[in-house]
Design a protein around this ligand. Structure first.
Ligand code: PGA
Length: 247
């Protein structure tokens, strides 16, 4: 059975103090949701500090990087590799729409990053989604996923998480229609494995999370803005736990 997942993507927010308060609050708040996998993706600079916080007690929280380079090391000022991240985290978000949009990441670059994450022993959280709102974008999303996974083998599908994130919903005040979302996910599942978790992201908050997670097709959520407030994020984790009937 696939595990239910809630990812918190903090993006380029938080001071060190904020990061410690937020991670401590989440650690204490999600301890009771033992069947849920909570993945916090803070800015890379806080990963080491936060690993000391979350790994103290909670068994169900893991850390992820928001991005990695596809190379393992070298003269690339400012970059961070999967081999570095693996000492403090288990996951890496790859191909987030903000990376695609602001840092010109193509499917080709992303598929290399997915392979690099797996080589480093990390599980990539691979983001895909249509750019414009439409009821007819399933083909576009499926081919984006196929291209983003071009460098990995079928046997590695069990090591990845897919996040379906319509670009127009990320950071906006409108989430995707949950029915459409479930239909997209059924098609994405044909590309990967029955064991690969597929989650939804894009304007998820404590008021709308249940719309997505009561559906068996949707294994969890990727949360941006609402992951920056302890109470909201814990509410979302509680909702996923309740709707997936796990304790
Ligand atoms: P949001 O961000 O929840 O603020 O829309 C989602 C994301 O990071 O993909």
């Amino acid at each position: 059975m696939r595990r239910p997942i809630v990812v918190g993507n903090w993006k380029m927010f938080t001071s060190l103090t904020d990061a410690l308060v937020l991670s401590t609050g989440v650690r204490d708040g999600v301890e009771e949701f033992s069947g849920l996998e909570v993945i916090l993706c803070p800015p890379a600079i806080w990963l080491t500090e936060i690993s000391g916080v979350v790994h103290k007690s909670a068994q169900n929280i893991a850390l992820g990087a928001q991005n990695i380079n596809y190379l393992s090391e070298g003269e690339y000022t400012g970059e961070i590799s999967g081999n570095m991240v693996r000492d403090v985290a288990k996951y890496a978000i790859v191909g987030h729409s903000e990376r695609r949009k602001y840092f010109a990441e193509t499917n080709d670059i992303i598929s290399r990053k997915v392979a690099a994450a797996i080589d480093a022993g990390l599980s990539p959280i691979v983001c895909v989604g249509e750019k414009k709102r439409s009821d007819d974008s399933i083909k576009e999303i499926v081919s984006e996923l196929e291209d983003s996974l071009a460098d990995i083998k079928k046997g590695e599908y069990k090591d990845i998480i897919i996040a379906y994130e319509p670009v127009w919903a990320v950071g906006a005040d409108i989430a995707a229609d949950p029915d459409y979302c479930a239909r997209v996910i059924v098609k994405l599942r044909e590309v990967v494995d029955a064991a690969t978790p597929i989650i939804y992201g894009g304007d998820v908050n404590a008021s709308n999370a249940y719309n997505f997670v009561w559906r068996p097709e949707i294994d969890g959520v990727l949360v941006g803005r609402a992951s920056l407030k302890v109470a909201d994020f814990i509410k979302i984790c509680r909702i996923v736990t309740e709707y997936k009937k796990i304790v």
